[in-house]
Ligand binder design. Structure first.
Ligand SMILES: [Zn+2]
Length: 336
């Protein structure tokens, strides 16, 4: 199990041992954060009749030997339901199966467990149906929801679950991870920048990290001086992470957590990359431009969220068109 999951395991083990485990649990965090591994571990700990305990860490683990563990391994433990679908959405019928399962008496007199690995795929109707189940008094079942996309879940669902926010590394640890071979001290500004993006596990990859730095520079150049538009658009269209980076950067900026001191450093780095910025570079000069105020950033953020939702909701979205339209809309907000 990855190191950052261990504290969650410890906490959940404690709650489980003391009978305080919530009946509705939500593991949220970016893709690759280890949510599935954590969910599978918890399911097995719940299923097992005589879970063991790692005394050093205080973590429960399934014995793998009891009848329940054996049945679970064979995929025939009767009191476990995993709601998976190849379809685009988890619909009302899928959730009806959950309700039926929840109402039934446990076959083995043990815990009943429902796992929803991609909870954000629930339609609104399905989520509302699940809500009814969550509100049942004396729910004799543990529901484990997993999602990399909290935004797509109904607030009424998230508010009824105990949320476990799974983040791969803390800001400082990530920074050390990234900075190991950088050699030069860029000071506090850099720390602040990365403290805020510690939810981006892909940045531990050096090549992706360089792309992220470039993305940040282009975004800030665009927001402050309406430059780098074409390069930013290209990155949005080509880099699978770019929209998420956009969302993270803006929410960080909107919450005023961003340390603007790093802006000059980032500009210098943009110059270092030597990327071809076409005719724009001639006009760029030394004018750093002016970064928008928080209110404007907030409006831009709303545009980005709307665009991301649109991208996700369309079966075959014309991504190129949407991202180009997004930048035009952002410019309109900036120029207001
Ligand atoms: Zn067991």
């Amino acid at each position: 199990m990855q190191s950052w999951l261990v504290p969650h395991q410890r906490l959940l083990s404690q709650q489980l041992a003391q009978g305080r485990l919530a009946h509705a649990i939500l593991f949220a965090g970016v893709a690759g954060a280890g949510k599935s591994a954590l969910a599978n571990w918890l399911v097995q700990a719940l299923v097992c009749r005589q879970p063991g305990k790692d005394n050093d860490q205080g973590i429960l683990f399934a014995c793998q030997n009891c009848k329940s563990c054996r049945l679970y391994r064979q995929g025939s433990y009767p009191d476990f339901l995993s709601v998976t679908t190849d379809a685009k959405n988890i619909g009302v019928d899928d959730i009806r199966a959950v309700s039926t399962f929840v109402e039934k008496k446990a076959h083995l007199g043990q815990n009943k467990v429902v796992l929803l690995p991609m909870a954000e795929k629930m339609t609104t109707a399905a989520a509302n149906a699940l809500l009814k189940t969550l509100e049942e008094p004396g729910l004799s079942c543990v529901l484990i929801l997993v999602s990399d996309d909290l935004e797509m879940l109904l607030p009424t669902i998230t508010s009824r679950c105990r949320l476990y926010d799974i983040r791969p590394l803390s800001g400082q640890a990530l920074l050390e991870n990234l900075g190991r071979d950088k050699g030069r001290d860029k000071g506090q500004a850099e720390v602040n920048l990365f403290a805020n993006v510690s939810q981006l596990p892909e940045l531990t990859d050096e090549a992706v990290y360089r792309q992220f730095r470039l993305f940040t520079a282009l975004l800030l150049d665009f927001l402050a001086a309406r430059r780098s538009r074409a390069d930013l658009l290209a990155l949005l269209n080509e880099n699978t992470y770019a929209f998420r980076w956009l969302e993270y950067m803006l929410v960080t900026m909107a919450r005023s957590q961003y340390n603007w001191l790093s802006w000059s450093g980032i500009r210098a780095e943009l110059a270092d990359t030597g990327i071809n910025r076409g005719e724009q570079s001639a006009a760029a000069g030394d004018d750093a431009g002016q970064l928008p105020d928080t209110e404007t950033i907030w409006q831009v953020y709303q545009l980005v969220i709307a665009c991301i939702r649109q991208l996700k909701s369309m079966v075959q979205a014309n991504a190129g068109y949407l991202s180009e339209k997004l930048l035009v809309d952002i410019e309109a907000v900036l120029d207001k």
